[in-house]
Design a protein around this ligand. Structure first.
Ligand code: G3H
Ligand code: 13P
Ligand code: NA
Ligand code: ZN
Length: 328
């Protein structure tokens, strides 16, 4: 059934686990996530970015998720809008039937200029007012995603700030977070701790100086009842990169967020973990391999099947690793 995200995150907090929120753009990704959830008895958060809605069309995404709910009636499913850029976008998503929305007021409406705190408070508060009246969950964001190695903002997915930021901007301030949660009444808060979107997060396996798990602990201590959200949390598996390179891909050395760091974060209030890139990498690796080994094939079903299987494997792993399994 379609459920509110608040309900799932409250259960996760009470029982000390995390829930991966997977980005979806097409049929195979929705099927992969649902098959993995069904096999592990996991609750599901599927999220659509503005890019996803542009690619697939809102109506198609909504129908795909509705089909998932119909096919697996025993699995709780959240349909979440990822990175809403304005109250208007959030309202549109709610009218479309989304059960949860993110108002990303860390950026201005253009999606690339850093917003000031008062702006963020104002737009987020307005969305909470509108959403809560209709039983819809709201995620806000405070702080700027970006790299503590290069001090550059997060621009890889085409949104985010392009330019240099200060350490202050790249790490969510616990005092400000407490004030923000109190004044907006948000259900969940996305925090900045050195992660960024896309495949190129770290030039080496991250340590505490560039992936600030300790900051999560400080934030959680200051606002224990707000569910925390980690964006840019793909692990960028080295084995997937190796397959992509072996079969003609050109991806430079890069590292993601190690699963054990996410597991530590889950002990300190992180309940929603956003993952898009890992599914992209897994599908691309499978398709590259398939074409290299079967140059005569041309039926999309034949290459999308191993891609779907590869995506499902990632989902199965994360449901187990985050403790989501068994909680549907
Ligand atoms: O928010 C970031 C997600 O990875 C979605 O990316 O905007 O390319 O769909 P996208
Ligand atoms: P990744 O690019 O690390 O998968 O992050 C996805 C995300 O945060 C979507 O909002
Ligand atoms: Na990046
Ligand atoms: Zn994100």
């Amino acid at each position: 059934a379609l459920v509110s995200m608040r309900q799932l995150l409250d259960h996760a907090a009470e029982n000390g686990y995390g829930i991966p929120a997977f980005n979806v753009n097409n049929l195979e990704q929705v099927q992969a996530i649902m098959e993995a959830a069904n096999e592990t008895d996991s609750p599901v958060i599927m999220q659509a970015s503005a890019g996803a809605r542009k690619y697939a069309g809102e109506g198609f995404l909504k129908a795909l998720i509705a089909a998932a709910v119909d096919t697996y009636p025993h699995i709780p499913v959240v349909m979440h809008q990822d990175h809403g850029q304005s109250p208007k976008v959030c309202e549109g998503a709610i009218n479309m039937g989304f059960s949860s929305v993110m108002m990303d007021g860390s950026l201005q409406e253009d999606g690339k200029t850093i917003a000031d705190y008062e702006y963020n408070l104002d737009v987020t508060r307005r969305v909470v007012e509108m959403a809560h009246a209709r039983g819809i969950t709201v995620e806000g964001e405070l702080g700027s995603l970006g790299s503590l190695e290069t001090m550059m903002g997060d621009k890889e997915d085409g949104h985010g700030f392009e330019g240099t930021l200060t350490r202050e901007q790249l790490l969510t301030d616990p005092e400000q977070a407490a004030d923000f949660a109190k004044r907006t009444q948000i259900d969940a808060l996305a925090i900045a701790i050195g992660t960024s979107h896309g495949a190129y997060k770290f030039s080496r396996k991250p340590t505490g100086d560039i992936l600030a798990i300790d900051r999560i602990k400080e934030i959680h201590r200051r606002l224990p009842s707000t569910h925390l959200v980690m964006h840019g949390s793909s692990s960028v598996p080295q084995d997937q990169l190796a397959i992509i390179r072996e079969f003609g891909g050109n991806m430079k050395e890069t590292y993601g967020v190690p699963v054990e760091e996410i597991q530590e974060a889950i002990k300190h209030g992180v309940r929603k973990i956003n993952i898009d890139t890992d599914i992209r990498l897994a599908m691309t690796a499978a398709i590259r391999k398939f074409f290299a080994e079967n140059p005569e094939k041309f039926d999309p079903r034949e290459y999308l099947k191993p891609a779907r299987e590869a995506a499902k494997k990632i989902c199965l792993q994360r449901y187990q690793e985050f403790g989501t399994a068994g909680n549907a």
